[in-house]
Design a protein. Structure first.
Length: 132
């Protein structure tokens, strides 16, 4: 049975989600201020994107006050997992190992990152051994 998913965010929507994950609940003005530090963006563009994201279910809008407050509907980790699942299915034929091998071949991993990967593999191995 497939799990229900939220629509995949565009690059612009991901930029807004990053602001909401970093800042927490924010107004359109607050989101716009953060976005315009790195690239020019009109206030109305941020407003329109947040309205679209609300319709798509990417964010929730609190309308109790005159100034609406926006919240990311999913956590950063939940969104990343959803995007990775989609990428694994579409680009790697469902093979997580192909994704990991390509990621490690494309970018050099630090010793710390490799340690984290080893811990994750060991944790998965222990879970599998408990099931057997």
């Amino acid at each position: 049975m497939s799990r229900p998913t939220t629509p995949r965010p565009t690059d612009a929507e991901l930029a807004i989600l990053r602001v909401l994950w970093d800042r927490g609940a924010s107004t359109v003005r607050q989101v716009h201020e953060v976005l315009s530090r790195t690239r020019p963006a009109a206030y109305t563009t941020a407003l329109k994107l947040l309205q679209i994201m609300t319709e798509k279910g990417l964010v929730r809008r609190d309308e109790t006050d005159r100034t609406h407050i926006y919240h990311a509907r999913l956590s950063e980790e939940q969104t990343q997992r959803q995007l990775v699942r989609d990428l694994v299915d579409r680009a790697f034929g469902g093979s997580a190992s192909k994704l990991v091998l390509q990621a490690l071949a494309t970018r050099r991993a630090t010793a710390e990152e490799l340690g984290e990967i080893r811990k994750l593999i060991e944790g998965r191995r222990e879970v599998r051994d408990e099931r057997d």
